[in-house]
Design a protein around this ligand. Structure first.
Ligand code: HEC
Ligand code: HEC
Ligand code: HEC
Ligand code: HEC
Length: 254
């Protein structure tokens, strides 16, 4: 009898452990749960649905600039951005080249120009979802999460990574112009390339660095520290960087 009780208790304990891990890995506990049950300061006054802020099953936004979007519901930004520039940056940067693909999805909230509750389809009325904790006009409050439209101090996004770029960066290494190569994301890393329409050279792969290369909007392992990063956390970002950059003395891993 005692043994049975012990076994049941053991089973329950492991089940609970299992559920706790599942919940931990879900979007519910992250700042991207913008519904009334969200843990962050920015959340809805009455909306209980979680996905609606970013996705809708019907009447979603059409693919933007030729890059498909996951049945996207959040109104996109029409801001013009100032992009990162440097003498050694090979990827083209000009006012006509704009962040595209998944980066535009993030910037629809994170450039601070569009209301957090501004969706195209609430499913009930065509109105904006009413929010708490936002800045003026319902946008992201001023702070680290509000990137603004000057992206010149941020890692470049919407840049294609292909063999031409990798080889040309290698030539910059040989000529002692830079100390770090660019490589394809290390095999086995969670860092990934995403669709982009911007091109480098003649070899188009259509895959490059986007916000989603480094971040996963659905997964924040330890909220407040891991910042939706695919690898590492705010106190440990080197391995993330070295998923794509190798010291010039190293070759790109094959
Ligand atoms: C804060 C915004 C946000 C919220 C909230 C959100 N998503 Fe997403 N979702 C994204 C972004 C951004 C992408 C594109 C990811 C990419 O391109 O790598 C995406 C992609 C997806 C995709 C397609 C690609 C994939 O990863 O499978 C599915 C399915 C999806 N989301 C489901 C959901 C569901 C279900 C919910 C609600 C529980 C949800 N999302 C809530 C931002 C969000
Ligand atoms: C629907 C609006 C919305 C979209 C779309 C969205 N976010 Fe957020 N994000 C927020 C809000 C709101 C916060 C919380 C801001 C705060 O607390 O000040 C946040 C917080 C964050 C944080 C900080 C987390 C922390 O712990 O401080 C990161 C990183 C982040 N988002 C990345 C992204 C990326 C990358 C994408 C695209 C893949 C994205 N977000 C798409 C609304 C959005
Ligand atoms: C090359 C990798 C990389 C790319 C690309 C990237 N991020 Fe980040 N992001 C990071 C790292 C690392 C941190 C944490 C360190 C820091 O804040 O400086 C971070 C932090 C953040 C934060 C939290 C700021 C804070 O301090 O609380 C937000 C919000 C964010 N990123 C949004 C974005 C958005 C939106 C994009 C696309 C326009 C993007 N990121 C592209 C790596 C990246
Ligand atoms: C997904 C791959 C990827 C990741 C992860 C990544 N980078 Fe990059 N990075 C690139 C690419 C591609 C370029 C563009 C190189 C070019 O066009 O010359 C770049 C450009 C840069 C540049 C500008 C180089 C120049 O010549 O002006 C710096 C600096 C940089 N990255 C640092 C970092 C740091 C720090 C991290 C970690 C937070 C990081 N990168 C993570 C792919 C990546």
């Amino acid at each position: 009898m005692k043994k049975t009780v012990f076994l049941i208790a053991l089973c329950l304990a492991s089940l609970l452990g299992c559920f706790a891990t599942m919940l931990h890995a879900s979007i519910m506990t992250t700042k991207h749960n913008l519904s009334t049950s969200g843990p962050g300061p920015v959340k809805a006054t009455g909306e209980q649905r979680v996905c609606v802020f970013c996705h809708t099953p019907h009447n979603a936004i059409a693919p933007t600039e030729g890059v498909s979007v996951p049945i996207w519901n959040h109104s996109l930004s029409i801001a013009q951005y100032t992009l990162y520039e440097s003498p050694t940056l090979l990827s083209p940067t000009s006012p006509t080249i704009r962040p595209d693909g998944a980066s535009r999805l993030c910037l629809s909230c994170h450039d601070g120009t569009v209301g957090i509750g501004a969706v195209v389809n609430t499913g009930i009325t065509q109105n904006t979802i009413s929010m708490l904790g936002t800045g003026a006009n319902g946008v992201l409050p001023t702070g680290a999460s509000n990137l603004g439209t000057d992206l010149s101090g941020h890692h470049p996004v919407s840049i294609e990574v292909n063999n031409s770029l990798i080889n040309d960066k290698g030539t910059q290494c040989t000529n002692n112009l830079v100390s770090w190569r660019v490589c394809l994301p290390l095999p086995g890393t969670l860092v990934k390339l995403s669709r982009t329409r911007n091109r480098y050279g003649s070899q188009s792969t259509g895959m490059g660095v986007q916000c989603t290369s480094c971040h996963d909007a659905h997964d924040d392992r330890s909220p407040g520290t891991s910042l939706f990063l695919r690898v590492g956390d705010k106190n440990n970002i080197d391995s993330l960087c070295m998923s794509c950059h190798q010291d010039c003395s190293q070759e790109c891993p094959k």
